[in-house]
Design a protein around this ligand. Structure first.
Ligand SMILES: C[C@H](O)[C@H](O)[C@@H](O)C(=O)CO
Ligand SMILES: [Mn+2]
Length: 421
């Protein structure tokens, strides 16, 4: 689309939003506060680099599809991430899992990983002025194949995982220190039971004890923020998840941790957007894993749907952007993986921009005056306001492809790079 047309459309949109009391220039400026942490695992289907042929195994999560071109090395992953980021407006962070260290061709056990295995990532992020986030990896490992890691009744296994978590927190803190922006370290364990267990409480007591041990080392908040992520169920763990939402919300409130809300981890009619203000009345900060569950926690690419919109609107309406850490968590192996990143991240960004283009004060006024028809009508009308013109102008200003132009970029990358892997 020619720049002139983008500008013209923007000017018209600007007037329409101004009539509602919204300054679109200010909205574009405010978009810089929306920093999204890209999950590195979309590039390689959650395989990791511990061994040359590493693949996701167990953990109750699954990628489906076998689209060619997945990243098979750190170099390829970085190349893909650079490509994805070149097509995204705004600033991003990078979210790594412990299986993505630079192990220099040697097998390093998870209870032996150190900062040196991630120094390359820290340097890479520093060159790009990016922050890093981090995750201990409890799945795809023989010591948790039986379905239990931090809540294991096998004391040797439990201690192994506590040590892993301790090391990951130390690595995360060093990332935050060197990069000058706190690293959010997220703890998610797949621990659970396929069939109805008897000793639910026993496992939960063990999980609590393990977390207490692993979190006993304190790090400055400027370097590390700890989050804990709950889940409803996983594949092969349908009957009980040790780290349920009640468990982790309680743990987070009592121990001053962040609660991680993954919108694939709840009953289908529950809304993470509704949980944000509930949680933020009791915890300082929240971590989001933005995804798209289709029938189950299938981790489809994020699209601009009502769930995502409610999440973004709740954050913007309440000025929670400085208390909500936004991460993505999807892994689709059935389509071009870079395309998946760009489409999914842009969808999340769009939801935030739409939220910022809302005349919230007017809507609240209607609500407080009991004018519920007026509230409903205005919300409906907002859906067809020319948001796209503001989005296109923002992309143009940011120097990234406008509208669907990024599709051709990704096709070219597939031709030049991915198809040759
Ligand atoms: C790979 C991630 O840690 C994982 O997706 C986790 O966050 C999750 O959501 C599991 O369902
Ligand atoms: Mn998640």
């Amino acid at each position: 689309m020619a720049n002139e047309i983008i500008k013209k459309a923007y000017e018209v949109a600007k007037e329409q939003y101004a009539a509602l009391g919204i300054d679109t220039d200010k909205v574009i400026e405010k978009m810089k506060d929306v920093v999204i942490s890209l999950h590195c695992w979309q590039t390689d289907d959650v395989g990791g680099f511990e061994t040359p042929d590493a693949e996701l195994g167990g953990g109750g999560i699954q990628t489906t599809g076998n689209y060619p071109g997945k990243a098979g090395s750190i170099a390829e992953m970085r190349q893909d991430l650079d490509k994805a980021m070149s097509l995204l407006p705004g600033k991003q962070r990078l979210n790594l899992h412990a299986i993505y260290g630079d192990f220099a061709g040697e097998f390093v056990e998870r209870n032996e990983i150190e900062v040196k295995h991630f120094q390359g990532w820290i340097d890479w992020a520093k060159e790009r002025g990016m922050g890093l986030d981090f995750n201990a990896t409890f799945f795809s490992h023989p010591k948790s194949d039986d379905g239990f890691s931090l809540s294991s009744k096998n004391e040797e296994h439990r201690q192994f995982w506590v040590e892993h978590l301790k090391r990951c927190r130390a690595i995360g803190a060093e990332m935050g220190k060197q990069l000058g922006t706190p690293c959010v370290h997220n703890t998610w364990v797949h621990d659970g039971s396929k069939d109805t267990p008897i000793d639910r409480n026993g496992y939960r007591e063990i999980l609590k004890k393990s977390l207490d041990e692993a979190f006993s080392v304190e790090y400055p908040k400027e370097h590390l923020k700890d989050a804990v992520e709950s889940k409803l169920f996983g594949i092969g763990a349908e009957s009980m998840t040790v780290g349920s939402h009640d468990f982790y919300l309680g743990y987070a409130i009592k121990n001053n941790k962040l609660i991680c809300l993954d919108n694939g981890h709840f009953h289908p009619t529950e809304q993470v957007g509704d949980k944000i203000s509930a949680c933020l009345n009791f915890v300082d900060e929240v971590l989001l894993h933005v995804t798209r569950p289709v029938r189950w926690d299938s981790d489809h690419v994020v699209t601009l749907n009502e769930d995502i919109q409610l999440i973004a609107s709740e954050i913007v309406r309440n000025e929670f952007l400085n208390r909500v850490n936004i991460g993505l968590d999807f892994f689709d192996a059935s389509i071009n993986r870079i395309g998946a990143y760009v489409t999914g991240t842009r969808a999340a960004q769009k939801a935030f921009m739409i939220a910022m283009l809302e005349p919230t004060a007017t809507l609240v006024e209607y609500e407080e005056e009991g004018k519920n028809f007026e509230r409903l009508a205005l919300l409906e009308e907002l859906k067809t306001k020319p948001f796209g013109a503001v989005w296109d102008y923002y992309c143009m200003q940011e120097g990234v492809p406008v509208s669907e132009a990024y599709i051709a970029d990704i096709q070219q990358y597939e031709k030049d790079v991915l198809s040759k892997r």
